[in-house]
Design a protein around this ligand. Structure first.
Ligand code: HEM
Length: 422
C-alpha cells in the first residue's frame, strides 16, 4: 500500500476532482471496473451527484450493509413526490406496492414480513425443485440444439427463471412472457433518473399485475395447490398475519427480484466463460467445479452492481462524516473487485478460494433468493456448457442494457455444432 505523504495527497485530491461516478456514461456501462479501481485508489469514499457518497472498498461496503445506523432508501416516498408533476394521473398504486417490498422496508416491518416468506426459500424447500429446473433447462436446449446458433439471453436465460418463479408461485406457465415483460418494466424502479412517462408506465404495469394476482388468489382460494401462493393464502386466512395486499406485493417482488438478476447471472457467466476459453474447457472437463464457478461469476461481473442506504445519524468513516439523511451508494460490483479482499481481482478464476463476495449484499437484506438462483445457474450453465458442442461467441462487440443497478446484456449471439434431440 502506498504511504500517504503531503505531495501525493495533493496530487490525489487533484485527480479526485476530475473523477466522476456516472453510471449513465455508455463507457461506464460497457466496463465499469476501471472507474471503480480509480475511485477506490484515489477517493474510496467519493461524494457524487446530489451529494451521494459512493463506496468502492469491500470493507466499507460490508460495514455499511451490516450497520443499523443506515436504513433503506424509501423509494415509495420518491415515487409519491413525482405524482405532483402529473396532470391526470397519480402514482399511488406503484407507491403502495413498493412500500411493502422487503428491499425498501426497515425493522420491525421487514423482520415480520421476511419471517413469513423466508421458509419457502430455505435449502430444504428448494431442493425438490431441482428436477423441474433441470427439465425446464433441457426443454429450452432441445428447442435450439438442432440449430447452429442462438441468443443465450432471449432463447435461454430469460425464459428459465421466469418459468421457475411461475412454478414456485403456482402461476400458469402460459403467462410467463406477460409476467416477464411486466417485471422487466418494473426493474426501472431502481433507476433514479427515469422519465415521468416511465413512472406512469410502471404504475400501469403494477395495476395490471394487481388484477392478475387478485384473480389468481381467488382461484387458489377455491382450489388450493402445493405452491408458495397457496401457502401464503393459508397464512393470510388461518393466522391472519398477512393481508391480500401484502401477498400481491410479495408476488410482484419475487418476479421483480427473481428474474432479471438470474438472467444476468446466467448471461454474465456465459460471457465470462466464452471470453476465457481455458476456464470454459476446465469446467467442461471437471463439471464439479460448477459451484465455485458460480461464486466466481457472481464476484467477477455482479448481476446487481449497486444498492443504496441512508444514514439515520451522523456516521464517521475515515476522516469523513456522513451526515444524518445523506445517501450512500454501495458499489457491490466495485467491492467485489477490491484487491485488498481478492488477490488479482480482475482475473476470472473458477477455482478461486475464499470467495466471500457481496453480490447478494449482506446484513438483514441479504438476498432471500441466493440459494434458488445458485441452483438455477448451476443447472443452466452446466446444460449450456455440456450439451452444446463447440460453443463460441458469434460477435465480439456486445451491448449492455441501459440499466443502472443491473448489469445486463441485451443479447449474447453464439454459434455451436448442431446435434439431434436426445
Ligand atoms: C443472481 C441472482 C441474484 C442476485 C445477484 C441478487 C442480489 C440481491 C441483492 C444485492 C439484494 C440486497 C439488496 C439490498 O440490500 O439493497 C437482494 C435482495 C433480495 N433478493 Fe436477490 N438476488 C438474486 C436473485 C434473487 C432471486 C432468484 C430471488 C427470489 C426469487 C431474490 C429475492 C430477493 C429478495 C426477496 C430480496 C430482499 C431481501 C430483503 O430485503 O430482506 N433474489 N438480492
Amino acid at each position: 500500500m502506498e504511504p500517504i505523504t503531503h505531495t501525493n495527497k495533493t496530487q490525489k485530491s487533484g485527480i479526485a476532482k476530475a473523477l466522476k461516478f456516472n453510471p449513465y456514461d455508455p463507457a461506464f456501462r460497457t466496463n465499469p471496473y476501471p472507474i471503480y479501481h480509480s475511485l477506490r485508489s484515489v477517493e474510496p469514499i467519493h461524494q457524487s451527484f446530489r451529494g451521494m457518497w459512493v463506496l468502492t472498498r469491500y470493507a466499507d461496503a460490508k460495514a455499511v450493509l451490516r450497520d443499523s445506523r443506515f436504513c433503506v432508501d424509501k423509494m415509495s416516498k420518491n415515487v409519491k413526490h413525482k405524482s405532483y408533476y402529473l396532470n391526470h394521473q397519480n402514482l399511488d398504486r406503484l407507491a403502495q406496492v413498493i412500500d411493502k417490498w422487503l428491499i425498501f422496508l426497515d425493522p420491525p416491518e421487514h423482520t415480520r414480513l421476511r419471517g413469513l416468506i423466508s421458509k419457502a426459500f430455505s435449502s430444504t424447500s428448494l431442493q425438490f425443485l431441482r428436477p423441474q429446473i433441470q427439465q425446464i433447462a433441457d426443454e429450452l436446449i432441445d428447442k435450439v440444439r438442432h440449430r447452429d446458433s442462438m441468443d443465450i439471453i432471449s432463447d435461454f436465460a430469460c425464459p428459465l427463471p421466469c418459468n421457475v418463479i411461475a412454478v414456485i408461485l403456482g402461476v400458469p406457465i402460459k403467462d410467463w412472457s406477460k409476467l416477464y415483460h411486466w417485471s422487466d418494466e418494473l426493474s426501472n424502479i431502481l433507476d433514479p433518473l427515469r422519465s415521468l412517462e416511465d413512472y406512469e408506465h410502471m404504475n400501469k404495469v403494477v395495476l395490471e399485475f394487481t388484477d392478475y394476482f387478485k384473480s389468481l388468489i381467488a382461484q387458489r382460494q377455491k382450489n388450493p395447490q402445493q405452491n408458495l401462493l397457496s401457502a401464503l393464502i393459508v397464512v393470510k386466512e388461518q393466522d391472519k398475519k398477512l393481508s391480500e395486499e401484502e401477498i400481491i406485493s410479495v408476488c410482484m417482488l419475487l418476479f421483480f427480484t427473481g428474474e432479471e438478476t438470474t438472467v444476468n447471472l446466467i448471461g454474465n457467466g456465459m460471457l465470462a466463460l466464452l471470453r476465457h476459453p481455458q476456464q470454459m474447457q476446465q469446467l467442461k472437463s471437471q463439471p464439479t467445479l460448477i459451484q465455485s464457478a458460480i461464486e466466481e461469476i457472481l464476484r467477477y461481473d455482479s448481476p446487481i452492481q449497486i444498492t443504496t442506504r441512508v444514514a439515520t445519524e451522523d456516521v464517521d468513516m475515515d476522516d469523513i462524516t456522513i451526515r444524518v439523511g445523506e445517501k450512500v451508494l454501495v458499489a457491490l460490483g466495485a467491492a467485489n473487485r477490491d484487491p485488498a479482499q481478492f488477490p488479482d481481482p480482475d482475473s476470472f478464476d473458477i477455482t478461486r478460494v475464499n470467495n466471500s463476495h457481496l453480490a447478494f449484499a449482506d446484513g438483514i437484506h441479504y438476498c432471500l433468493g441466493a440459494i434458488l438462483t445458485r441452483i438455477e445457474a448451476e443447472i443452466a450453465i452446466t446444460a449450456l456448457v455440456q450439451q452444446l458442442p463447440e460453443l463460441k461467441l458469434s460477435q465480439d462487440k456486445l451491448e449492455w442494457r441501459n440499466k443502472v443497478a443491473f448489469r445486463s446484456l441485451k443479447a449474447i449471439p453464439v454459434i455451436f455444432k448442431p446435434t439431434n434431440i436426445k
